[in-house]
Design a binder for this molecule. Structure first.
Ligand SMILES: [Zn+2]
Ligand SMILES: [Zn+2]
Length: 483
């Protein structure tokens, strides 16, 4: 591979200048992940680092980062075709190791030789904050046709962008001083301000999260690796101008338009085995909060991700809520658990589904294809109201105080959105309807009694989910099941 090098005649003591966009993107990708993550740096003028590609498919461990050469080569080719040169690799190291290793030097040497890079090759090392907040420190090094690494000067352009953003948010806040005035009677003394919502899956559930922001919740951790597609316009309330953006970014923008002071952490990743329980705890800061103020939401349509959410909620001892739309939007369900209040655990409730998934090769991702957005809207309303019951369970000043007790053994809400949905819970209603056809509307929700499964591998059939706290070693794996 030949690099276009004619534009670059800079001496090594001239600084590389990161554009604010690239720097931000590095913060959002490498900065939000445990060390040993990396990507490549490109420049269109030999002075500014204005291109960056995060090596998301790299082979990595806690001790090393190995580039996905195939994927990167494609990007480099593409850059070359567009007059962008590869000028360096950036990667993160564990805390305290802020110099390139001998292995890093070998890699740099290899790249310089195979790609025919002339002059200097930038090999900065990133140190991420232990809590993976996205704050980073870059230690700049340059590799120069020798086996020696030299410190390199570096600048970050226009962190003014952040300042402008902050000023803009403060101005927005001032524009709407009375925004929570009309809900003061139900949420007095800004009590929702201290609540923390952690949401996995930000597609159809986006409007539900917005609702919680409108209720005054001020801290959100949103996790979703998906990008908005045109099909999401009809089913998830997305807009054309949002196509191509990360769903978490779109949601953050909407939340900030409701409450500019909200603390929003947006993670463009999936809840898969690359995210360990420790990393989950770091990213969400879940251990820093009182469990009564936290709600963990499983809003994905993937069976395994949903299972993981439930286990994480139980492991960290926080309230949990999850939802699922049935095929063709005929109906939906909401399940929830609250330590010390609800009885059946999420696994108990969905035991038959677990059996089905674990014994067949069924697709793990459900599909809400064929559901009109009003079905999702209705589900979001139910989720939001239940979320308020949960978040306000111990808030005496609210009308929601202890209302959840009513659902202690009925922590499964099923909604019928079409007469086609047949379920025992709706039989009495169907009977009523057979006599008086105009009496009801298809949209109808019932809270169905749940039984604790004697052999539940998650709660051991105790009916007390608070005992599970800290007892699941690794939620990435399904606990054993007796079938
Ligand atoms: Zn390294
Ligand atoms: Zn159970």
């Amino acid at each position: 591979m030949k690099c276009n090098t004619d534009k670059r005649n800079v001496s090594s003591n001239e600084p590389w200048i990161f554009t604010a966009e690239v720097y931000d993107e590095i913060k959002r990708t490498i900065g939000r992940r445990k060390p040993e993550q990396g990507g490549i740096l490109g420049s269109s003028d030999g002075k500014h680092i204005d291109h960056y590609y995060f090596d998301k498919t790299a082979n990595r461990s806690s001790a090393s980062y190995t580039m996905d050469t195939k994927a990167l080569n494609e990007v480099i080719h593409n850059w070359n075709d567009n007059g962008v040169q590869l000028v360096g690799i950036i990667h993160s190291h564990p805390q305290g190791v802020n110099r390139p290793s001998s292995g890093d030097m070998e890699t740099a040497k290899h790249i310089i030789e195979t790609i025919d890079v002339q002059g200097r090759f930038f090999t900065p090392i990133v140190q991420v904050s232990p809590k993976l907040t996205g704050e980073i420190k870059i230690y700049p090094y340059t590799f120069e046709q020798t086996v020696e690494m030299k410190p390199q000067s570096m600048e970050i352009e226009e962190s003014a962008v952040d300042k402008i953003k902050e000023r803009h948010l403060r101005a927005l806040d001032k524009k709407a001083p009375n925004r929570f005035k009309r809900i003061e009677s139900i949420f007095p003394e800004n009590l929702m301000k201290k609540k923390v919502v952690i949401c996995f899956g930000c597609g159809g559930s986006g409007p539900f999260i917005e609702t919680l922001a409108r209720c005054g919740v001020e801290t959100f951790v949103n996790v979703d690796g998906d990008i908005v597609e045109d099909t999401n316009i009809a089913t998830q309330g997305a807009y054309i101008h949002e196509i191509g953006k990360y769903k978490v970014d779109v949601l953050e923008e909407r939340i900030r338009n409701i409450n500019p002071l909200a603390r929003v952490v947006s993670i463009n990743r999936y809840l898969d085995e690359n995210m360990t329980d420790d990393e989950f705890a770091l990213i969400t800061g879940i251990k820093n909060y009182n469990y009564e103020d936290v709600l963990l939401l499983g809003c994905t349509d993937n069976f395994y991700a949903q299972d993981r959410c439930a286990q994480l909620a139980l492991k960290f001892g926080v309230p949990y809520l999850a939802a699922q739309i049935f095929e063709k939007g005929r109906g939906h369900e909401v399940i929830f658990s609250y330590p010390g209040v609800t009885k059946a655990c999420p696994r108990c409730m969905l035991e038959s589904r677990y059996k089905k998934f674990l014994t067949s090769s069924q697709n793990a991702t459900g599909s809400s294809s064929g559901a009109a957005v009003c079905v999702t809207d209705y589900l979001n309303s139910i989720k939001a109201y239940m979320a308020i019951y949960i978040l306000c369970y111990n808030e005496q000043q609210t009308p929601f105080y202890h209302l959840l007790d009513k659902f202690a053994d009925r922590n499964y809400l099923m909604t019928r959105c079409s007469d086609e949905l047949q379920a025992p819970a709706f039989e009495p209603i169907a009977e009523l309807e057979s006599k008086e056809t105009d009496l009801t509307f298809p949209f109808m929700t019932v809270a169905i009694e749940q039984t604790v499964e004697k052999d539940c591998p998650l709660c051991y059939g105790t009916g007390d989910i608070s005992i599970i706290k800290n007892r699941i070693p690794d939620t990435r794996y399904l606990p054993n099941i007796s079938i």
